[in-house]
Design a protein around this ligand. Structure first.
Ligand code: SF4
Length: 341
């Protein structure tokens, strides 16, 4: 739900301002999925809202739950037929994180990523981004729980849909709505320098994550074509400028790929690059999408230990949903070839 559009729809219908408060309460607090359930509103207004600005903007095509029961992936069909995927990860400490898509498909063509093979279909609207969080908010509310975190790490490059992404974040953060704390929301970019500069000027303290995956240009360009436009000589100073302006930590995502970016020489180079205050390295198990092979468990542990000894701030990300293709780099609807219009 795009609150600005809801407000203008209500104004266009000649409604008093308090109707906006009631409508927002229905969508974000009572978590209704259809205006007919918003009983604080008069029936005639509910009908008009259904016709003008419906709450549900997609049909749930499929939902898969991981064997461990901690991950749920939803395939959502948008009103124009495009398919997106969104994932709920339930942590053992009570955190419930939704991994949100910002685009249908993605133009960035990172070679390790299933979404990158789809190409870009289109940017998602603010409303479609918010709707992904609302979808899982409703499911969790039925169990007495709520969404606590949001990461923009699903399909798409968020910096290429910046305005809609930030508008969605402001709606999710609204204290009279879902009230998701800004520090509990993260935007992950493949390294769009202009977007990093824009984020540095945002008043909201949303986290920045950067997909790094290689410590030198030769290897990074091989993995991520975006590195031609934004090589490390441009990317790293932009990140430093972001840190200088915001004082906030930046997370570097690093998928470990066997024999490619996990060799002793590359790992030494990575440690040198990332040993800096407010840099944090997040090592991630690579989930095979056909292109490469995952680094084995022992080597991943070795790399983690090496980084700690080299005084690099580091963690190893817990894997969610590998068995349902919901893990990092695996989102790309397997039925997209037949279902995407
Ligand atoms: S990793 Fe992100 S930016 Fe790269 S192709 Fe996949 S979705 Fe796009």
């Amino acid at each position: 739900m795009d609150v600005a559009k809801l407000q203008s729809a209500l104004e266009g219908m000649g409604e008093k301002p308090y109707r906006l408060t009631q409508a927002k309460d229905a969508v974000f607090r009572q978590l209704v999925s259809h205006w007919n359930e918003a009983t604080a509103l008069p029936p005639a207004l509910r009908e008009k809202l259904n016709a003008t600005i419906p709450i549900s903007e997609f049909e749930v095509v499929r939902e898969s739950e991981s064997e461990r029961g901690d991950t749920c992936k939803a395939a959502l069909k948008l009103t124009d037929g495009n398919l997106i995927e969104t994932v709920l990860m339930r942590h053992s400490n009570g955190r419930n994180t939704v991994c949100v898509s910002s685009q249908a498909g993605c133009p960035m063509a990172c070679t390790f990523c299933a979404t990158g093979t789809m190409g870009l279909k289109r940017n998602l609207t603010t409303s479609e981004i918010v709707a992904q969080v609302l979808h899982f908010s409703r499911q969790l509310a039925a169990k007495g729980e709520r969404v606590t975190n949001m990461v923009m790490m699903g399909m798409g490059e968020p910096m290429h849909n910046y305005d809609n992404v930030m508008a969605a974040i402001r709606i999710l953060n609204d204290q009279k709505g879902l009230a998701l704390g800004a520090r509990h929301m993260s935007i992950s970019t493949c390294g769009i320098v202009a977007g990093i500069h824009r984020m540095a000027d945002e008043p909201l303290q949303v986290n920045l994550a950067v997909s790094l995956h290689a410590p030198n240009d030769e290897l990074r360009t091989r993995l991520m074509p975006v590195n031609r436009a934004y090589p490390l000589a441009k990317l790293m100073p932009a990140i430093d400028a972001y840190i200088a302006k915001t004082g906030r930590k930046v997370m570097f995502e690093y998928l470990l790929i066997d024999g490619l970016n996990d060799t002793p020489a590359v790992i030494t180079e990575l440690a040198v690059l990332l040993k800096k205050p407010l840099y944090h390295l997040n090592l991630i198990k690579y989930h095979t999408t056909g292109a490469f092979v995952s680094t084995g468990r022992d080597r991943r542990t070795e790399i983690l230990d090496y980084m700690k000894k080299a005084f690099v701030s580091v963690t190893h990300r817990i894997t969610f949903g590998e068995d349902i293709d919901a893990a990092c780099g695996q989102l790309a609807n397997k039925h997209s070839k037949t279902e995407v219009v």
